[in-house]
Design a protein around this ligand. Structure first.
Ligand code: FPP
Length: 249
């Protein structure tokens, strides 16, 4: 992944031309509050959140977005109760099984970032299988961040470069932005154009810190389970109105 301006596609609409972001990422926040408002257990919020994933994936396909990256489980989420972690794992397994057909039908390629092996062999093998089975799909790349943390990702890149310098395979003088990007989990993805966070929280929470350097940020009060096609379209419309300068004028 590089940070040079992304060639977002321009679609001529009935009035002004619309710029569609190539790569959209979402911090899906607010499942717990959605459930609490209804006096439901947290898992009900996550279940409703999985439906929002389905709607949003379809909206991304329909709008011609190339990559949709979703923060499904952060490296800090292990601090949640054992029950909640197990519910989230169960939901991912269920979603994978139920949605694999849709991924194939809509030509969606699944990709993982983070350290998903920590979820145990059973879920990890299923995830890897779905990644392999959808590898040649070319309409949308759905990237699920699982056990992902941006600081750990950057530390691993620094470690790899330092080891290379020690072994003599990396000349420290040649370490540039590209050298770091080539070691990030997002290295084969287009630059991040738009980062959305739901539920009214206004922070990045260790998600794609490097990649968001020139991304447009969009914060909405909507709780993730209520996020839908209209909310996604509103975010794209807002993106289209932004003037991106990438540090220039
Ligand atoms: C944040 O809400 C949400 C999560 C930590 C998990 C996201 C998971 C899903 C949307 C479901 C399954 C995912 C896939 C890819 C099928 P929160 O629990 O932090 O909400 P709160 O801040 O209101 O408590």
């Amino acid at each position: 992944m590089n940070l040079t301006p992304s060639a977002s596609s321009v679609v001529e609409g009935p009035s002004a031309p619309v710029t569609v972001p190539r790569h959209v990422a979402i911090i899906m926040d607010g499942n717990g509050r959605w459930a609490a408002k209804r006096s439901l257990p947290r898992v009900a919020g996550h279940r409703a959140g999985a439906e929002a994933v389905r709607r949003t994936m379809q909206a991304a396909v329909d709008n011609g977005v190339e990559v949709l990256t979703l923060y499904a489980f952060s490296s800090e989420n292990w601090r949640r109760s054992e029950d909640e972690v197990s519910d989230l794992k169960g939901l991912m397994r269920f979603y994978l099984e139920r949605e694999l057909g849709t991924l194939q039908k809509e030509k969606v390629r699944l990709k993982l970032i983070g350290e998903p092996a920590a979820f145990g062999n059973e879920l990890y093998d299923r995830l890897q299988k779905a990644v392999a089975e959808t590898a040649s799909n070319d309409r949308l790349t759905l990237v699920i961040a699982l056990n992902y943390g941006s600081q750990a990702e950057l530390a691993a890149a620094a470690r790899a470069l330092a080891q290379g310098a020690r072994d003599g395979t990396v000349d420290p003088d040649t370490i540039d932005i590209g050298a770091i990007e080539n070691l990030l989990h997002t290295r084969d993805l287009p630059p991040l154009d738009l980062l959305i966070r739901t539920s009214g929280e206004v922070r990045l929470s260790n998600f794609l810190l490097w990649q968001a350097a020139y991304a447009e940020l969009h914060f909405v009060d909507t709780l993730w389970p209520d996020f839908d096609e209209a909310a996604f379209a509103a975010a794209l419309a807002e993106f289209s109105r932004r003037q991106r300068r990438f540090g220039g004028r």
